[in-house]
Design a protein around this ligand. Structure first.
Ligand SMILES: Cc1cc2nc3c(=O)[nH]c(=O)nc-3n(C[C@H](O)[C@H](O)[C@H](O)COP(=O)(O)OP(=O)(O)OC[C@H]3O[C@@H](n4cnc5c(N)ncnc54)[C@H](O)[C@@H]3O)c2cc1C
Length: 420
């Protein structure tokens, strides 16, 4: 039986940062990762653009991960790779996990648990494309894995569905590897990816972006031969008569990411339908005492810098929990944070107003030009911050100390966007 204070599941940037922070706080830490190496999704992100906020440098994904892997290894934190959780049981205090790795079957008793399991991509099943099921239809992350990890080129003439960041990055990557990218098709009237990726991945390579259009059908038996494209209305319903057929051998899907939360479900953790991740407090503790969540498992982040930041918060909080410094979330005196008009989501969903400086992450529900972000405790306005614009693809981060605004535990605070 292995006995630890903090067990981290997932060895991506969130899990690595969490393990390092918990260890630095004096906790006995262990990390388990289902893949052969730590680093998470960053291992296959060989483009640059990582670490601009944290290191003020343009690092590639593996370079960014390497900094944390080195810090992790320098601390001699125990870890298992190729390791899977096969059973998880709540105990009076703490949890008992059964894990399987090349070392065999282990039982791990842990005082607290950090879920840092990242997210997964939506597939063709979730976007209802009609037709046959030929080879040549990949999620953007799978195509990236083929090219950047396995050294294989999966496409000659590609259509990309969805203008999320991974799709944009793959449009450029496929072009650099000699494929012809015929266009990126996006059902929404505005792109889903970061503005910098629209410029650097599409405009710089003359790759067309078609908004308010989607793929409705695929053709081909063994291999994809063509796709049917349709314009869509404001409710993203295909418009009859707008169909056109585009010949291609590859369809890349970049239609969204979903936090990976099977373990959270097993533990009956309350999930937020807006984020797809657990509801958590200002210490990133979930609705189950002693279980924390961070990174893309909590909500899908656009920048890895904030993933590491949330990992550090979860790691410190888990270590403090083991020292009995934070309590059962169901008993804590918290304020509820409500995303109102103009907000898609807000994390955390509740917090202790006395905890001091809190970091909030949020996304707007639509594109706003110049606008105010307004925070109200009941009818009382406590904060107003101007933004030149807010766009759903760009996650925002705000630091706020509710103690300074005399917000009482048990009350609720609402957040709204007002167009100016
Ligand atoms: C294509 C792409 C391009 C990106 N570009 C940028 C960029 O330019 N700049 C930027 O800042 N950010 C970028 N990002 C975002 C950033 O890389 C991610 O936000 C970040 O890697 C998420 O970290 P994470 O640790 O939460 O998840 P991940 O990196 O996904 O790590 C999760 C880890 O948990 C493991 N795991 C999952 N379930 C289990 C389990 N049950 N048991 C054991 N292990 C498990 C997984 O194997 C994985 O290693 C990009 C992301 C992608 C996909």
């Amino acid at each position: 039986m292995i006995d630890v204070d903090v067990l981290v599941i997932g060895g991506g940037p969130a899990g690595l940062a969490a393990a390092i922070a918990a260890k630095d706080e004096g906790a006995r830490v262990m990390l388990i990762e289902r893949e052969a190496r730590t680093g998470g999704i960053l291992k296959q992100c060989i483009h640059d653009g990582f670490g601009l906020v944290r290191f003020r440098e343009q690092l590639t994904g593996p370079e960014y991960a390497e900094r944390f892997i080195k810090d992790f290894e320098d601390r001699d934190i125990e870890s298992r790779t190729l390791c899977f959780v096969s059973r998880i049981e709540k105990q009076d205090r703490g949890l008992l996990l059964t894990v399987v790795s090349r070392k065999g079957v282990d039982k791990i008793r842990t005082e607290s648990l950090i879920l840092a399991t990242g997210c997964r991509e939506r597939t063709a099943r979730q976007v209802f494309i009609h037709g046959t099921r030929p080879a040549g239809i990949f999620t953007a992350g799978a195509a990236q894995h083929y090219i950047n990890i396995l050294g294989q080129q999966p496409a000659r003439r590609a259509v990309i569905l969805g203008s999320g960041d991974i799709g944009l990055i793959m449009a450029r990557r496929l072009t650099l590897e000699g494929a012809e990218v015929l266009g990126v098709y996006e059902a929404k009237p505005a792109p889903s990816g970061l503005s910098r990726n629209i410029q650097q991945c599409l405009k710089d390579f003359d790759i067309p972006l078609y908004l308010s259009s989607t793929v409705t059908r695929v053709f081909g038996e063994d291999r994809l031969k063509a796709v049917e494209i349709c314009d869509v209305d404001n409710d993203m319903r295909p418009l009859e008569g707008s169909e056109k057929v585009v010949e291609c051998d590859t369809l890349i899907l970049s239609v969204g990411l979903i936090p990976e939360n099977e373990l959270a479900r097993t533990l009956d953790i309350t999930l937020d339908p807006r984020t797809g991740g657990p509801v958590c407090d200002g210490n990133l503790m979930t609705s189950v005492e002693g279980v924390f969540c961070c990174g893309n498992a909590l909500h899908v982040n656009d920048l890895v810098d904030y993933v590491s930041e949330s990992g550090e918060c979860a790691g410190r909080s888990a270590a403090a929990y083991c020292r009995r410094e934070s309590s059962d979330p169901s008993k804590a005196a918290t304020v509820e944070l409500h995303p109102g008009e103009g907000l898609h989501y807000l994390v955390p969903q509740h917090l202790d107003p006395e905890q001091g400086r809190s970091i909030l992450y949020f996304r707007s529900s639509r594109v706003f030009g110049e606008c105010s972000f307004v925070v109200k405790a009941g009818e009382r306005e406590i904060l107003r911050k101007k933004y030149p614009f807010l766009r759903p693809p760009e996650m925002e981060r705000l630091e706020i100390d509710f103690g300074g605004y005399s917000v009482k535990p048990g009350s609720s605070v609402s957040f709204e966007v007002e167009e100016l």
